[in-house]
Design a protein around this ligand. Structure first.
Ligand code: CUA
Length: 341
């Protein structure tokens, strides 16, 4: 480690600069043509605005330190400005004003052009419905054939290079979907359905966040967004249409019985099983999700166990009640949930 002190300041700053423009939840790392056009507009504004700011600052500093020997020591009256100098000043001020108006006009037109392009409704490959809940996301992949509708939760899957219409609404309070890499924010309003068109073109796993304060656990209302290559997405969708498979393992079978007889099935649904609850997330493919509790924890056995036993400890005020299960019952339930791929 260097002992040269400026490096102690510069090194973290340089590291920050390198990492600040990339990441799964970063507007500066666009993964869709729409966000790329917003990004170009943003950087154009930063460069032009920054250049003007630096120029104006330099002129202001120069004016402040410039020595004016004829002004002052014995008199507070400014000396006469010559007619020539006055004319030059007028031209400079008029020129600067005209340049400002022109720059603002160019950006206004540029901004309108980008806005119009974003408002276009291109042909869509698929319609997805996202329903905001306190504090999780219900995600439905629509299909004209009702038997092919996929009901999922807390994870959004999208095909790269296709346009998807996402219809948004809420069951309780106003939430807001924001996938910084893919699109701007759009509110989810109770009793009203709005739409947003997403066209991600770079496969990857991104992170969306609820962007409207919606109560106690607003901060723990995230949504992993998985952008698959096109074929992989449709394979995933087809796989998601399959109902839960019957567990073969004895422990998992006991877990399933427990699930159906306990509180679990009152709130959660599993396709293909006698569980039709709609209060909590659908669990048909819960084992395939990356996270639990709406992006709060990685989907690992230990986290799932903690979550089932005392969700209030992880996400206070969440609707799910504690489930004080004994060791072997918990093991059985976990074994069953792990079969739900
Ligand atoms: Cu939902 Cu904030």
């Amino acid at each position: 480690m260097t002992s040269f002190w400026p490096m102690k300041v510069l090194a973290p700053a340089m590291l920050w600069c390198c990492t600040a423009c990339v990441g799964p939840q970063n507007v500066l790392d666009p993964a869709s043509p729409q966000n790329r056009s917003i990004n170009t507009l943003f950087w154009a504004m930063v460069v032009v605005g920054g250049t003007i700011w630096i120029g104006v600052s330099l002129v202001a500093i120069w004016a402040a330190i410039r020595r004016r020997p004829e002004w002052g020591e014995e008199s507070s009256v400014p000396p006469e400005i010559s007619r020539d100098a006055r004319g030059r000043l007028t031209r400079i001020v008029a020129g600067a004003t005209a340049a400002t108006v022109l720059i603002l006009l160019v950006f206004l037109i540029y901004d309108f052009t980008v806005g119009r392009a974003l408002a276009a409704h291109p042909d869509r490959a698929l319609t997805i419905e996202i329903i905001g809940r306190q504090w999780w996301w219900e995600v439905r992949y629509n299909d004209p054939d009702p038997s092919k509708i996929v009901v999922d939760a807390n994870e959004l899957h999208l095909p790269a290079g296709e346009t998807v219409q996402v219809k948004l609404t809420s069951r309780d309070v106003i939430h807001s979907l924001w996938i910084p890499n893919v699109a701007g924010k759009r509110d989810l309003i109770p009793g009203y359905t709005s739409s947003i068109y997403l066209s991600p073109d770079r496969p990857g796993v991104y992170r969306a966040q609820c962007a409207e304060f919606c109560g106690h656990e607003h901060a723990k209302m995230a949504l992993p967004v998985v952008v698959h290559p096109r074929e992989q997405f449709f394979a995933w969708l087809e796989q998601s249409r399959t109902p839960a498979v019957e567990p073969t393992d004895t422990l998992a079978r006991r877990g399933k019985r427990l699930f159906l007889l306990s509180n679990c099935s009152k709130c959660h649904a599993i396709t293909g099983v006698e569980a039709f609850g709609t209060v909590g997330p659908n669990l048909t493919h819960v084992a395939s999700r990356r996270t639990i509790a709406a992006g709060t924890l990685p989907n690992e056995r230990a986290n799932l166990a903690r979550w089932i036993v005392d969700p209030q400890k992880i996400k206070p005020a969440v609707r799910m009640p504690p489930n004080p299960l004994a060791g072997s019952d918990l093991e059985a339930l976990l074994a069953y949930l792990e079969t739900l791929k």
